[in-house]
Design a protein around this ligand. Structure first.
Ligand SMILES: [Zn+2]
Length: 446
């Protein structure tokens, strides 16, 4: 069996290398850089938010719109393909009893249950990473290059994948060992204690993310240019954020995307701008984006997001308790899985998780999008730079569809659409025109 694994892995790697060289294309560079406020968005007595929004959207070349629509809509299908592909991988592992064989190997190596679980996890993660590589490579490398969003060549990209795999081995291994121990100790109530353990693990990983995980992939430094930091910190202090640091990350190592985020939890919370935003964004745009990020911070979106995830995790574990029992009753013998505490059950767990989170896609997106909308409104009020915010929305149109239908937005958007963001900004501007009108000329002093 091991030799069969090896030959499959070799085949996959060879196929992928061939593909990689055949499909390598010159990157398409993003073209839209907005530096002027269009005429219809200038303050005037007949300022109209709809017309101002259209004027901004008209600044995006049609070819750029077509490209980002194609990229973003392709992403809808990838949700489906990712789900189906990983479901097939899980079913192969179960039905060909590869999962049972990996468990048998772990049992032969050691008699300690926790170590058996860890050894199983190592085999499982490596095997599913190899089997999942073709789709992951297409999605994360070929497609990103095709749309001009990636900056990494093959080997640095592979290096990042390797780091991700190592982190998965360590953190995933700890989670698997802990959860299986809980299942063994508490066979009737493991779903409740397991979900509590999972929530704690989620909190820990969010907390260590910006300090210990992010620097494995990118260089994170404190932003020192006072031209950028002074207005940001002024806005932060005005909004009750007691920080004196803003961070920057060299995201251009991997991508051309402009972005910023709030990350961390319980003492590690911080705002980070990426270097693409710093390089390409105008000062108003940077300030407008920071206003949005501060909204996440002030409205405690990370703790609220963790709370939401906690509810989802408890529901998932309760469903898992029921559905694992049902599925093992029907097929357990055929898959040679002894019971729920057998590590060989993991492909089934991931299969059920795949179904659960696939169905939940619109719910998860709507939860995030609702927070993003709140942050947008906070940012407009805090930064008072609606045109800077519109510029940012246009920059983000390089990888997000600007004008989806309402159903499409509900299902697939984890941020408000570009149209919605510019429109909100222009409505805000229309209600605050006095901030943008030039003061009447003073009579010259004699
Ligand atoms: Zn946001």
């Amino acid at each position: 069996m091991v030799s069969r694994f090896r030959s499959i892995a070799l085949l996959v790697v060879l196929a992928v290398f061939g593909l990689g060289f055949a499909l390598a294309q010159p990157a398409i560079q993003p073209t839209v850089d907005i530096t002027q406020v269009p005429a219809a968005a200038q303050p005037s007595a007949h300022f109209d938010a709809d017309a101002a929004t259209e004027a901004y959207l008209a600044m995006i070349p049609p070819a750029a719109t077509a490209r980002s629509n194609a990229y973003f809509e392709g992403g809808y299908w990838l949700i489906l393909w990712d789900f189906l592909y990983s479901a097939v991988v899980c079913l192969i592992l179960l039905n060909l009893r590869w999962s049972a064989k990996m468990r048998d190997l772990a049992v032969r190596v050691t008699r300690f249950r926790w170590l058996q679980d860890a050894i199983y996890w190592g085999q499982y993660l490596v095997l599913t990473s190899v089997l999942g590589f073709p789709l992951g490579f297409y999605e994360g490398y070929i497609r990103e290059h095709k749309y001009g969003l990636a900056t990494q060549s093959f080997w640095p990209w592979m290096g990042d994948q390797g780091k991700g795999l190592l982190i998965g081995l360590i953190l995933g291994g700890l989670a698997v060992v802990l959860l299986l121990a809980i299942v063994r100790k508490l066979p009737r109530t493991w779903w409740l204690w397991g979900s509590i353990a999972m929530i704690c693990l989620t909190m820990v990983s969010v907390a260590i993310g910006p300090v210990y995980l992010q620097p494995i992939f990118n260089k994170v430094t404190k932003l020192s240019d006072p031209k950028v930091t002074v207005p940001i910190l002024r806005m932060a202090h005005a909004n009750g954020i007691p920080t004196n640091d803003v961070y920057q990350i060299d995201a251009s190592r991997q991508t051309t995307r402009m972005s910023a985020n709030v990350s961390g939890f319980a003492g590690t919370t911080r705002i980070t701008l990426n270097d693409n935003l710093l390089r390409r964004g105008s000062p108003e745009e940077i300030q407008a984006v920071m206003g949005h990020e501060m909204g996440h911070y002030v409205m405690h979106h990370i703790p609220k997001g963790i709370f939401f995830m906690s509810v989802v995790i408890v529901i998932f574990f309760a469903g898992l308790y029921w559905s694992l029992g049902w599925a093992l009753g029907r097929w357990g013998e055929r898959w040679q899985i002894r019971d729920v505490s057998d590590p060989a059950v993991l492909p089934l767990v991931f299969l059920l998780a795949g179904v659960f989170f696939f169905v939940l896609t619109p719910v998860m997106n709507t939860e995030t999008r609702t927070q993003e909308k709140e942050a947008d409104m906070f940012g407009l009020n805090a930064a008072r730079l609606p045109d800077g915010f519109a510029q940012a929305a246009i920059h983000l149109s390089e990888y997000r569809k600007m004008r989806p239908g309402p159903v499409e937005e509900y299902f697939f958007f984890d941020h408000p659409s570009g149209y919605d963001r510019i429109h909100s900004a222009m409505v805000w501007k229309g209600e605050n025109l006095q901030l943008f009108e030039k003061p009447p000329a003073q009579p010259a002093a004699h």
